[in-house]
Design a protein around this ligand. Structure first.
Ligand code: FES
Length: 205
């Protein structure tokens, strides 16, 4: 259980600076908090509320609405097995049953070692590779029962660490925060760029 650490508090303040109103930064701040702990602790949500100047209940109301935000602990690997139509027709339901048996938890549960949380999901947009599985929103398919076991073994052993980061990590490329709106990276305001080569040459006519 933790509030935002100093580095993440700094990032949160920078995120708020990107918007005319601090509360507009709520969603990216929640993703930041989830990236820190793997899920949204009550303390982190209270800290976000404190920074923005809204109530913890308002933060919780938003956090509990979205499927990608978790207000309960989540295993290091969130394993999402799709059972929607394309996956259903290619063994998705059987794959989910196999996953429950292999991991020893029902959908919605977390393994005692905290390695895996298993969930059943609607279409994850990987239909042409059905039956499909997502792990921390990285996609695999088609996945056979044997392939599922291999996938879990590889995750446990850290062999996929370059492909599947810990739960909560949405993107490994950090956005540079703090640039005022309308000012591109080179620092000139929009619409104030110097003439390009063609204009500088008078159009070549
Ligand atoms: S139906 Fe399973 S990924 Fe689309």
């Amino acid at each position: 259980m933790a509030r935002l650490n100093p580095a993440n508090e700094q990032r949160a303040r920078a995120l708020m600076g990107l918007y005319p109103r601090p509360r507009s930064a709520l969603m990216p701040m929640l993703h930041l908090a989830q990236e820190q702990d793997g899920w949204l602790t009550a303390e982190a949500m209270a800290h976000v509320a404190e920074l923005i100047g809204i109530t913890p209940a308002e933060v919780y109301g938003t956090a509990s609405f979205y499927d990608m935000l978790f207000t309960e602990p989540v295993g290091r690997h969130l394993v999402s097995v799709c059972t929607n139509i394309a996956c259903l027709l290619t063994g998705g339901t059987e794959l989910l049953e196999h996953a429950e048996s292999a991991l020893g938890v029902n959908a919605g549960g977390t393994t005692p070692d905290g390695q895996f949380t298993l969930e059943e999901v609607e279409c994850i947009g990987w239909c042409d590779k059905a039956p499909a599985v997502a792990v921390n929103w990285r996609y695999f398919g088609p996945v056979s029962p044997q392939g599922f076991d291999t996938l879990c073994d590889d995750l446990r052993a850290g062999r996929l660490a370059d492909t599947v980061p810990p739960h909560g990590t949405l993107c490994r490329v950090r956005r540079t925060v703090g640039l005022p709106a309308g000012v591109p990276a080179h620092g000139r305001p929009m619409g104030d760029e110097p003439p390009g080569p063609a204009l500088a040459a008078g159009g070549g006519g």
